[in-house]
Design a binder for this molecule. Structure first.
Ligand code: GRF
Length: 202
């Protein structure tokens, strides 16, 4: 089967991008990273992409009058690169409804909580403040509502008495790197069927 071309949107370190790059280095993996887009010129993930020989483009959101024109520029770049799937990997901008709808069923996000708990910013801090004993991360399809959308993969980690936000985040991030490539493989391999809010992959 032809590998699906994937565009990855980042704003920072790009450790999840790295996990996807590493997975896609296996020729049997059903997706290849065709383009990495960042809204920050100094995002370390751009260096990771360049090292892997992957094309990069920077769109500074501050240079656009509104969200729609910024999103339209990214959208055009993704389509020009032949991307068929978009992965959000620590991309810190809210996307417009039009952009999200244009990639409906073909855009994934990774969020460091067990959704639907702890949507939005600082989910690891929210988990600590709520006193939960189990935390984790979620790979889900992106819908216009923030951190919503059918779930493809989740992983859990324990919350330890000694945890602070950094320690819990690090434990969750290890699992993010494991499940994001799995979630992308499911979508790229055509294994995902949507029934209501459920993504069935069997
Ligand atoms: C990850 O925790 C991801 O779940 C969240 O932002 C962080 C990005 O980390 N959306 P990285 O840039 O992939 O290292």
């Amino acid at each position: 089967m032809a590998r699906k071309r994937v565009g990855v949107l980042i704003s920072g370190s790009g450790s999840n991008l790295q996990a996807l790059i590493d997975a896609a280095s296996d020729p049997a993996y059903p997706a290849e990273i065709a383009l990495v887009v960042s809204n920050k010129a100094d995002a370390f993930g751009l260096q990771r992409a360049a090292k892997a020989g992957i094309a990069t483009q920077v769109f500074d959101h501050k240079g656009y009058g509104d969200r729609e024109s910024f999103d339209a520029a990214m959208d055009a770049a993704l389509r020009a690169a032949g991307c068929e799937i978009v992965c959000l990997a620590g991309f810190m901008r809210i996307l417009s409804r039009g952009f999200v709808e244009g990639w409906a069923g073909r855009m994934l996000n990774i969020h460091p909580s067990l959704l639907p708990s702890f949507k939005g910013l600082h989910p690891q801090r929210q988990a600590l403040e709520a006193g939960v004993k189990v935390a984790g991360c979620t790979v889900h399809l992106v819908t216009p509502d923030l951190d919503d959308g059918p779930i493809l993969e989740q992983a859990t980690v324990p919350v330890l008495d000694s945890d602070d936000e950094a320690a819990l985040s690090a434990r969750i991030l290890e699992q993010e790197h494991r499940i994001y490539p799995k979630g992308l493989a499911l979508l790229a391999g055509g294994a995902v069927r949507i029934e209501g809010r459920r993504a069935l992959t069997g």
